[in-house]
Ligand binder design. Structure first.
Ligand code: NDP
Length: 247
């Protein structure tokens, strides 16, 4: 197994892509901590992972809360003595055209997606630096690279995550901690299920592989970045999108 003895934290791991990432890392031997605002989802995922024989910890943590995040990381360090992998996956959308976008819609999305990633990165920074090892994997989006109608807040948050990834990678490189991002395209989850049909049809036309991605496609990229095979890769963004964005 590729992650035997590792401890991984997945934010927003109760459902969707985060859940699949947690399951995939667990199947490769990692013990898993799941944070989610919905405690029932976090516990359900952990129960399934526990049946694989891994240790789990499910916590109700809102990544926007700096102090709560810091305290929850300390709890992981007390329980496991280390943290090897952080997957910053928690994310939300609140779409609206710029003309109609409210301050609340802007703030909410920036707060979960970008500030949440900052909070979690900052909370693990010292421990991973001291360990002289660690993996941080940030879930961005192709929308942070190409922008999208009605998603100014989301696009800005995800572009910010890509920039934060590069800066954290530079600051942590000498400590043998790698920081990379994954930019998924159009992945089949509850987040995309709620998009209007005409928007979905439009996006399908833009996918050269002419199909939606599955959470597993993102989870596999995450597993690679978490594994020893990715030892010498840092500051990068891996696009997982069926060919929508080719840079
Ligand atoms: P989902 O909405 O299915 O899952 C997101 C999870 O994050 C939910 O469990 C949610 O909890 C949790 N969450 C939301 N806010 C917080 C918070 N403040 N603190 C902790 N947890 C929180 O989304 P996806 O699985 O589709 O997306 C996962 C990530 O992938 C996101 O960052 C998203 O932006 C990104 N992404 C997704 C794409 C897609 O096509 N689906 C494409 C590109 C990127 P709750 O259940 O309570 O809402």
């Amino acid at each position: 197994m590729r992650l035997e003895g590792k401890v991984a934290l997945v934010t927003g791991g109760g459902r969707g892509i985060g859940r699949e990432i947690a399951m995939t890392l667990a199947k490769e031997g990692a013990d898993i901590v799941i944070w989610d605002v919905n405690p029932a989802d976090a516990q359900n995922t952990c129960a399934e992972i526990g049946s694989l024989g891994r240790k789990t910890l499910a916590e109700q943590v809102d990544v926007t809360n700096f102090d709560a995040v810091d305290a929850a990381v300390n709890k992981i360090l007390d329980k496991y003595g280390k943290l090897d992998i952080l997957v910053n996956n928690a994310g939300i959308t609140k779409d609206n055209l710029l003309l109609r976008m409210s301050q609340q819609e802007w703030d909410a999305v920036l707060s979960v997606n970008l500030k949440g990633t900052f909070n979690c990165t900052k909370a693990v920074f010292r421990a991973m630096s001291k360990q002289r090892s660690g993996r941080i994997i940030n879930i961005a989006s192709i929308i942070g690279i190409i922008g999208n109608y009605g998603q100014a807040n989301y696009a800005a948050s995800k572009a910010g995550i890509i920039a934060l990834t590069k800066t954290s990678a530079r600051e942590l490189a000498a400590r043998n901690v790698t920081v990379n991002a994954i930019a998924p395209g159009f992945i089949q989850t509850e987040m995309t299920a709620k998009l209007p049909e005409d928007v979905k049809a439009q996006m399908m036309k833009a996918i050269p592989m002419a199909k939606l991605g599955a959470p597993k496609d993102v989870a596999n990229a995450c597993l690679f970045l978490a594994s020893n095979e990715a030892d010498y890769i840092t500051g990068q963004t891996i696009v997982v999108d069926g060919g929508m964005v080719m840079v």
